[in-house]
Design a binder for this molecule. Structure first.
Ligand code: GLU
Length: 299
């Protein structure tokens, strides 16, 4: 279902993380965005989501650019690199902290797992069990003690409070129609990581707004993230884009493509003699299979 109430030419984007080679699934994502922009005389942007400085590599970044150009996709320069904007994300994080909807979380992964294992009814979200809220109840002095000990911490969104402040929300998706935001489905997500002063959710929300993105296109595996992004947009006073969550391509056995599946990287296909037109045709064929599978599952 299309819900294109806004007739102005869209600004779309493809936002890969340079932590591996692009495969056919990424190429599909890039093409969905590029075609949506082209069809309507809009703009396609490339953004490199490289906040994970431990995993991002210059050679992957160069590979992404080379692969997209080879496919015939173009974008205005300069490309936005998230690692160049940590100060800015810190300001938005600070606004959330000031608003009383963010709290420091000192838990280690192990502690979180132990707490979940000890509880009889750990609520689950799309990525597994939700954070059990261990650090939400810390008093000011408990927080100060931990900070004085120099303990590393992440910053989490207090989802219950955030949802109350934001009020009822929805978003418009080209495939899913109007979707009601379900805040509790994702729990107290991370806004700033222990190892980086920001997180995917915070950066993507801020960047899409600051880059003037009006149509967010990405895989339906990130549909749940949009619930979080709508809440953050509302709390931060940022505009609401429209969305297009596309189906995920699978291999012949029906398995989702992963970055590890090097055999289907664009680089490998190119080296094996594939042309951009063949890659586009393969993607179109697989996208149709994926869309049909989804319709079949929902009919
Ligand atoms: N960087 C994310 C990824 O590579 C995509 C983010 C988005 O499109 O919102 O999965």
């Amino acid at each position: 279902m299309r819900t294109d109430a806004d007739p102005s030419p869209p600004v779309t984007r493809f936002a890969p993380s340079p932590t591996g080679r692009l495969h056919l699934g990424h190429a599909y994502s890039a093409l969905v965005a590029a075609q949506a922009a082209e069809e309507a005389g809009g703009t396609f942007l490339l953004r490199l989501e490289d906040i994970d400085q431990g995993r991002a590599r210059a050679e992957y970044e160069a590979g992404i650019i080379q692969d997209l150009r080879w496919l015939g996709i173009d974008w205005p320069e300069p490309v936005r690199r998230q690692s160049e904007h940590f100060e800015l994300y810190r300001e938005f994080l600070h606004a959330l902290e000031e608003g009383g909807v963010a709290y420091p979380c000192f838990c280690t992964r192990k502690e979180i797992q132990a707490e979940i294992a000890a509880s009889d009814s750990a609520p689950h979200g799309p990525d597994g069990p939700l954070y059990p809220g261990t650090c939400k109840g810390l008093s000011r002095s408990e927080i100060e003690d931990r900070l004085a000990e120099g303990r590393a911490y992440a910053v989490r969104l207090d989802m219950t409070k955030a949802a109350r402040m934001a009020g009822p929300l929805s978003f418009a998706d080209r495939r899913f129609g109007t979707v009601a935001v379900d805040p509790e489905s994702c729990g107290d997500v991370v806004l700033a990581r222990k190892d980086a002063p920001a997180s995917y959710h915070l950066c993507v929300t801020v960047d899409d707004a600051l880059q003037g993105v009006t149509l967010v296109t990405r895989g339906e595996d990130l549909l749940h993230a949009t619930h979080i992004h709508r809440i953050l947009q509302t709390l931060l006073g940022l505009p609401e884009p429209r969305y297009h969550h596309h189906p995920l391509l699978t291999d012949e056995s029906g398995k989702r493509l992963a970055k590890r599946a090097d055999s289907e990287s664009l680089q490998a296909l190119r080296q094996a003699g594939w042309t951009p037109a063949q890659v586009r045709a393969e993607i179109a064929g697989r996208a149709e299979v994926a869309e049909r599978a989804r319709r079949g599952a929902h009919d």
